[in-house]
Design a protein around this ligand. Structure first.
Ligand code: GLY
Length: 377
């Protein structure tokens, strides 16, 4: 088998490996075969990913003597709904997927979340393998067992913790991503450096541009480091009673901006995470928690990568500061009516707090909303 790296997610009897390397889809039969009780899998993917990668996956499985059937769902966030969940579950039942079988989620975060949830509830739980095809899914959503769909009330409000049995992060598939999608995923990569590993952030400042330009070795290193950090956090706190909330750095701001932009192409999730991380550092600096230079350094790196750094970089109108704060109040991380933020004492040193004065938050948002695009507030 090809050169690859393996990160273990250590969860007792539910432990599993995340394998990272170029060319893993071609090795699917050897990688997945040992999990199977019979040589048959059901694959759920979306139409865009199917056009790029499904033939390669089914050919590799067939060559290894594994039969497969595939369901192609429409691409996009709108697919994470009840209608597509029931369609998926009923299709899996039509395929006669049994308790001992394995379902494969081939796609980005939407497919991974939806198919993971379908696997969690099908016959009270069947095993599933994640083959994440976006950078965001490789470094975040495919690892850690958060599965679910969206409700009219908000994102990811219906779901379950259901860990995969294996994750195959094929670095070669990142070559086919549109640059905007790759950079959105990079927002989650930067998040890991900012929340817990200053040396990784230094490394990203030095290597980010070459990594974005296509260097597979650097991409493998970045995915491995990100997944290792996530695996360590998930092993400590699988169901987010404590440390796992650190993975939400930038997300309170991001979710408000996503709601304000209608979950549309105006702002991809990873882009919102990047802007949210910059805002979290801006707020931390204003509260005297971290050095004044830290938010400028965060923005400078995102800008060097050609990414949005400030709310003013988002096309179209946004609500005012009060409007954004109201949207933050609808976030599922609100506890007893108090907003919770992940703030930082410095790059690589994040912590969770609800001790943020509304006036400080409001003034910060007013300043960044009125700043000219690209000019630090
Ligand atoms: N994406 C955040 C988490 O998995 O906890």
């Amino acid at each position: 088998m090809s050169d690859s790296r393996t990160v273990s997610v250590d969860l007792g009897s539910r432990s599993y490996d995340v394998v990272i390397g170029a060319g893993l889809i071609a090795e699917a039969a050897d990688r997945i075969g040992p999990l199977l009780t019979r040589p048959r899998v059901a694959i759920v993917t979306d139409e865009t990913v199917a056009a790029r990668h499904l033939d390669a996956l089914t050919a590799a499985l067939t060559e290894g003597g594994i039969d497969s059937a595939a369901l192609r769902l429409p691409p996009g966030e709108g697919t994470k709904d009840w209608a597509n969940l029931s369609r998926t579950v009923e299709w899996l039942l039509d395929q006669k997927v049994e308790r001992g079988d394995v379902v494969i989620a081939l796609g980005g975060g939407v497919i991974g979340d939806l198919v993971g949830f379908a696997a969690a509830i099908l016959r009270r739980g069947v095993r599933f393998v994640q083959i994440p095809t976006s950078l965001l899914a490789q470094v975040d959503s495919s690892v850690g067992g958060k599965t679910g769909i969206n409700a009219p009330h908000g994102k990811n409000l219906i779901g379950a913790f259901h860990q995969p049995s294996l994750v195959l992060a094929d670095i070669a598939v990142l070559d086919t991503l549109p640059p905007r999608d790759f950079l959105a995923g990079y927002g989650e990569v930067v998040k890991y450096g900012l929340l817990g590993d200053a040396a990784f952030f230094d490394w990203l400042e030095a290597n980010g541009p070459a990594l974005a330009a296509g260097d597979r070795g650097l991409r493998t290193d970045a995915v491995e480091r990100s997944v290792q950090m996530k695996a360590d956090i998930v092993a400590r706190d699988e169901t987010e009673q404590g440390d796992r909330a650190l993975l939400n750095l930038g997300h309170t701001f991001c979710h408000a901006l996503e709601a304000a932009t209608g979950y549309s192409d105006r702002l991809l999730h990873g882009e919102g995470v990047a802007v949210g991380c910059a805002l979290a550092f801006e707020l931390s600096a204003r509260m005297g928690l971290c050095a004044q230079e830290d938010p400028s350094r965060v923005r400078a790196h995102l800008r060097a990568m050609g990414m949005a750094t400030d709310p003013t970089d988002i096309a179209g109108e946004l609500p005012d500061a009060d409007g954004l704060i109201a949207l933050m109040g609808q976030d599922k991380k609100v506890i007893d009516g108090r907003l919770r933020f992940v703030l930082a004492r410095g790059i690589g040193d994040a912590f969770v707090t609800d001790a943020v004065e509304r006036e400080t938050l409001k003034t910060m948002l007013e300043d960044v909303l009125s700043a000219r695009a690209g000019v630090p507030a």
